[in-house]
Each structure stands twice: as C-alpha cells, then as structure tokens.
Design a protein around this ligand. Structure first.
Ligand code: ZN
Length: 116
C-alpha cells in the first residue's frame, strides 16, 4: 500500500478502491489522469467512475470485458477533455461523446476508440 493517494491529485477512493492486486494498473491510470489534468491547466477532475467490482459492473450494465474491472479505466465528465487531449495524455482506450472523451483507459494491447 502506498497510503491513500494513487498520485498527487487522485486518491484510491476516487479511483474506486481497486483491490491491492490491481494497484499497479491503478498507478498507470492515475499517471495518465494526472497528464490529462495538467493538459486542462490543472482544473480539478472529478471522476464519474473508476474501478468496478464484478458485482458492481454487472449492476451498472458494464461490458463483460470492461477495463473498469481491471482498474484501468475511468469515466470523466463530458466537457472536461477532448479525445485529442486524452490521446496526448497516454490513454489507449477512449470512448467519446461528440468531441469529448467520457471514458478513458490504459488498456494493454491494441488501442480502441468508440463513440456513445
Ligand atoms: Zn467507462
């Protein structure tokens, strides 16, 4: 454990309390989120969703292979960052609504982009 913070501006609670085994992935996610926050001039970034347990993921109707289950994904408020900014921040999976990134993840393997 590294204490309550995953990075300078994000706590493990904000990241959805991933279990210890998923904390390395969580650190990667937090690092990219810090990049995104910086690119927005340090504007506070309030995550809509982070890690989800299998039970919680099923409850919210999440994808079976959701990166949220791996502690590698976060949903962010529409209007916070563009898809371009998310790419620059290092995210490899990006779901968007219009020009805005609303789901960002640091998936391993091929990059993925989709719209909602
Ligand atoms: Zn998501």
């Amino acid at each position: 454990m590294r204490g309550p913070r995953a990075s300078k501006h994000f706590t493990w609670a904000e990241l959805g309390q991933p279990p210890p085994s998923l904390r390395p992935a969580g650190l990667e996610l937090a690092s990219a989120l810090e990049n995104l926050r910086s690119s927005s001039g340090g504007r506070p970034l309030h995550l809509v969703s982070g890690y989800r347990s299998p039970e919680r993921n099923a409850r919210v109707g999440g994808a079976v292979r959701s990166q949220h289950l791996l502690g590698r994904a976060a949903d962010i408020p529409e209007g916070y960052a563009t898809v371009e900014q998310a790419v620059m921040a290092g995210f490899t999976g990006i779901g968007s609504r219009g020009p805005w990134a609303v789901h960002v993840d640091v998936r391993v393997g091929p990059a993925a982009r989709w719209t909602y």
